[in-house]
Design a binder for this molecule. Sequence first.
Ligand code: ATP
Ligand code: MG
Length: 240
Amino acid sequence: FLRVTDVSKWYGDEQVLDEVSFEMDRGDVTVLIGPSGSGKSTMLRCVNRLAEAQEGSIALDGEEVLAPDTDVDELRREVGMVFQSFNLFAHLTATGNVALGPRRVLGLSEDEARDRAAAQLERVGLGDQLDSYPAELSGGQQQRVGIARALAMEPKLMLFDEPTSALDPELIGEVLEVMRGLVEEGMTMLVVTHEMSFARAVADEVVFLDDGRVVERGPPEQLFERPERERTGRFLERIA
Ligand code: ATP
Ligand code: MG
């Protein structure tokens, strides 16, 4: 469903992705882990063309994402992204934030967009906060609005870039709980996270990136319990 093949990327002279390959079936959850600067965010951003890979192939549902004639707006409708910082509009309510994309990008009517937003906010457990402004919500609630906003576009793939890293520890659980719910619904998800217990519980495959390269990948039981590479073991010890 998503096939990343030998993707390389440079910023100027600096190579940040070096022949990265992995693939996902529909409904799979893949977790990308690795040290700071290893290229995790860059890899995600290449999938929705927020960053341009110079070499390799990324096929999504049989279509080449990196082709020059790819409709990038359509690609970004199909691929939802959730960031570490929630990036909500402060002057819009939860409903307003979630309805914006369906209204502006999908062209739904005001009423349709608000109905869809309400449904997605219910889905992330915020049915009682439809009219709250971001400043009235906790970080965990704001991030759940961020997830609802991505879901409202009915994406076929969801990218998560450290969705809980900006949260106080006591708020992380509610966001992971929403993500687990999406996993159960069969959403295809590519997730950068340092939450190893989450990765262990839901990942079909864990990909360990270091210095732009895939050092090792495999099912979480294998990668966490019996890493084949010494480098993987050292990284896991450090973050445990
Ligand atoms: P972190 O865990 O800190 O988020 P990461 O694994 O997500 O790190 P990236 O953000 O993908 O790493 O960065 C990979 C490398 O690319 C780093 O050396 C970074 O400095 C560099 N880089 C990222 N974005 C840019 C940019 N827009 N211009 C130049 N260099 C960049
Ligand atoms: Mg990053």
